[in-house]
Design a protein around this ligand. Structure first.
Ligand SMILES: [Zn+2]
Length: 199
C-alpha cells in the first residue's frame, strides 16, 4: 500500500483488462520515473480518445465521425455483412484484405456467467440492417471460443429463416482464443473457406 496519488494510480491501472496488481504497480512506478513530456503524451491520448472517438451509428465500430471509415467507403459492397464481437476484430479482418463488405460490431458475446444476454448486444440493430433486403450473406466471425460459438448459433437461428446465407469462418483458427490472435494468413484462409451454416 502506498500513499494517496500513487495508490490511486495503481488502483486505476489495476482495473484495466489484463493488468494484475503486480503489473499495475510496475506501470505506476514506470510512469513516476518517466519524463513529464512522455506522461503528458499518454494523458493527452487518453483525453483525446474520449473526446473524439465514438461508435459508428451504423455498425458500432469505433469512428471519429457519425460513420466509421468502412461504412463511409462507397467502394465497399453492401451485400455482405461480417458480424464481429469487438472493433479490434474489424482491424484483424481488415489486415487480411480478404473482405470488401461491411461490418457489424456486436459489442461482446453471449456469456451467461457474466450476465451478457442477446439484449445486451447490438443484435436488434443488426436485424434492422438486414430488413432492407440489400444484404444477401452474413458472415459470423465471432471468436473461436465457447461464448463466440454460442453467439454464432444464436445468430444463425435468428437470421437463417430470413432466407439469407449465413456462414461461419472455417476451422483452423486457434480454438479458445480471440480472433485478433490469429495471424493474417490463418484468418484470411478461414475467411475464404467459410462454411454455410444456415440459409
Ligand atoms: Zn461503421
Amino acid at each position: 500500500m502506498y500513499e494517496g496519488a500513487v495508490q490511486d494510480l495503481i488502483d486505476e491501472l489495476g482495473r484495466l483488462p489484463g493488468v494484475g496488481p503486480k503489473s499495475a504497480q510496475r506501470i505506476a512506478f514506470h510512469l513516476l520515473a518517466a519524463d513529464a513530456a512522455d506522461v503528458r503524451r499518454l494523458t493527452d491520448a487518453l483525453t483525446e480518445v474520449k473526446l473524439r472517438v465514438r461508435f459508428c451509428e451504423v455498425c458500432g465500430n469505433v469512428a471519429e465521425s457519425e460513420r466509421c471509415r468502412v461504412c463511409a467507403d462507397p467502394r465497399r459492397g453492401d451485400d455482405v455483412i461480417c458480424v464481429v464481437e469487438e472493433p479490434k476484430d474489424v482491424v484483424a479482418i481488415e489486415r487480411t484484405r480478404e473482405f470488401r463488405g461491411r461490418y457489424h460490431v456486436l459489442g461482446g458475446a453471449i456469456n451467461p456467467l457474466d450476465n451478457v444476454g442477446p439484449d445486451d448486444l447490438r443484435i436488434s440493430e443488426l436485424m434492422s440492417r438486414l430488413a432492407d433486403g440489400a444484404v444477401s450473406e452474413v458472415i459470423i466471425a465471432t471468436d473461436p471460443n465457447v461464448e463466440g460459438e454460442a453467439t454464432a448459433t444464436y445468430l444463425s437461428r435468428l437470421i437463417g429463416p430470413m432466407g439469407l446465407t449465413v456462414s461461419r469462418l472455417a476451422s483452423g483458427l486457434p480454438v479458445g482464443g480471440d480472433l485478433e490472435y490469429a495471424d493474417e494468413v490463418t484468418l484470411g484462409r478461414a475467411f475464404e473457406g467459410r462454411r454455410v451454416v444456415g440459409s
